[in-house]
Ligand binder design. Structure first.
Ligand SMILES: [Zn+2]
Ligand SMILES: [Zn+2]
Length: 257
């Protein structure tokens, strides 16, 4: 006897995909949509915001990276720490990003952050988990995911908090609790993108606070943000978390500029 999904379950592959194609044709006729990166018509089932060709160009970086701050090195080389980390060890224990901030990945991040294509957060969160799946240094023993917070005024303007959306997807896929509000931004700073390296460091100094130290004390924290540029934000947040008693602070970003 067919269950309530009997009809659908009864369809074999080709029939089902014909049905999906039919539904897609109706959708296309009524609401045609185009890839927000390359502008081609999204006409394949499941395509949404970005086309398959653009999505396929979002791939993890293969260049080696600093074993501490995660900064990519140009070309080959064994695992080592960069000169900046050898000079001064960062307050975080480890940072990894998936790729360089360029091409389709940069476009996707900009669409996500500034043009409010919030659902790209799922695509990008999955990209993080899949790109860094083998990185035990990141996941093993991690206890709690903490997004780099936006100031509440900025969050209100933007309508959502991009690091929080990413953190939720990463936490969901890795079955880790996500702690929102544990870290808070207490001072609204000038956008980091408008500043030079040294100014970025002073810009974020004292801008974050551990609002719930009880939730981080003695724990291994995974800090999440979208883009790593000079690392000032991640450093500042990691210092705050460490001062609040975090046992370890590991950080992960989608891309590094
Ligand atoms: Zn495209
Ligand atoms: Zn380094």
């Amino acid at each position: 006897m067919p269950g309530k999904n009997g009809i659908r379950d009864g369809l074999i592959g080709p029939a089902r995909s014909a049905l999906q194609r039919g539904a897609k044709l109706v959708e296309l006729a009524l609401f045609p949509s185009f890839c927000k990166i390359c502008g081609t018509l999204l006409d394949a089932p499941g395509e949404h915001i970005l086309c398959r060709v653009c999505l396929r160009k979002i791939v993890p970086e293969t260049d080696p990276a600093c074993i501490c701050c995660g900064r990519f090195f140009d070309g080959a080389g064994g695992p080592h720490a960069c000169s900046a980390c050898l000079d001064r060890k960062p307050p975080f224990d480890r940072h990894l990003s998936c790729a360089r901030y360029r091409g389709e990945l940069k476009d996707a991040l900009l669409l996500f952050k500034y043009r409010r294509f919030r659902s790209l957060g799922k695509v990008l969160g999955r990209f993080v988990v899949e790109s860094l799946a083998e990185e035990a240094v990141l996941w093993e023993g991690a206890e709690i995911v903490v997004p780099v917070p936006l100031h509440r005024q900025r969050r209100r303007e933007r309508g959502f908090d991009q690091a929080r959306v990413l953190a939720r997807e990463i936490g969901r896929l890795q079955r880790l609790p996500v702690a929102v509000g544990v870290l808070s931004k207490v001072r609204n700073t000038a956008p980091q993108t408008s500043l030079e390296r040294d100014a970025r460091r002073t810009n974020v100094r004292g801008a974050y606070e551990a609002a719930r130290p009880d939730r981080i004390r003695g724990r291994v924290v995974l800090l999440v943000d979208d883009v790593y540029t000079t690392g000032s934000t991640i450093r500042e947040c990691a210092s705050v978390l460490k001062r609040a008693g975090a046992k370890e602070v590991r950080a992960v970003t989608v891309a590094q500029a």
